[in-house]
Design a protein around this ligand. Sequence first.
Ligand code: DGL
Length: 258
Amino acid sequence: MIGIFDSGVGGMTVARAIEKMLPAVSTLYLGDLARAPYGPKSNSAIINYSLENSKFLVDMGARVIVIACNSASSVATDIVRREFNIPVLEVITPAVEQAVSISRNGRIGIIGTRATIRSGIYEQKIKALRPDFKVYSQPCPLLVPLVEEGWNNKRETKMILRRYLHPLKEKQIDSLILGCTHYPLLKHLIQPRIGKKVHLIDSSNNLADSLSKFLTEHPQLVEREEPVQRLHFTTDITETAQKCANAIFQRSITLRQP
Ligand code: DGL
C-alpha cells in the first residue's frame, strides 16, 4: 500500500495521478485538514505534523510514503526518512528534474508557500544538478486561501497574481515550477500573466511517474491486494473537502477520519 499525505485536499491531485498511473496498487490518502494550512507555519510545526501523518500511514500498512505537500516535502523529508525505515518520495525532486531538462535559457522561477520558499530547497536541488542555472523564487502566501475560497477566476486573484509574477517575468524565466499543491488550479491565470512561452511545471504527474519507476525497481514493495484499496482520510471532514475530493477524483469519495 502506498501512503500519501498532504496538509489538506490539494494533494489529492497527486493521489489521483498515482491511482491513474498505478491502477493495481492500493493507496491510502491522509489530508491533515484540521491543521492546514502548513505554508505559513514554522518548520518545527510542519515537521511534527509530518511525523504524525507518516506514523498514521505506516500504522495503517503503508510500505512507501509519498509527501504530496510541497511545504512538508521542503522541510520534513529528511526527518521522515530517518524516523521511518521505508522509502519516502516527495514532490520537489521530480519537478526539479523536469525543469532542468526542459529549460533552454537556464532561468527557472519557483512559486510556493512561505515555508517552501524559505527552505531554499528548490534552488539547492536545481543548483546541485546545474550550478550554472539561475533560480528566482517568489513566495505567494495569498494564493492558497484564494483557491480554497474558490476565487479561481476573480479580478482580485488576477491582480494578486500579476503582482507576484511581475518580478519573475522581469527575470525572463522560461520555466516556472508551481511549487504548491493548489497552484495547478490557477494555471489558466498564471500562463497568460507569466507569458505563453514559459513552461509551467506541476509535480503531480512527474511524481506519479517517479513512483511508478521506483516500484518497478523495487517490486517487493508492491503487494497485489484484491480488491485494490482506495482509502481517503482527512483529519476534519467539511462540505468543501467533500466537494473537492469528489471533483478531483471524479467520483464519489467516502472521506473517513483517523
Ligand atoms: N499543501 C501545501 C503545499 O503544497 C499548500 C497548502 C498549505 O499551506 O497547507 O505547500
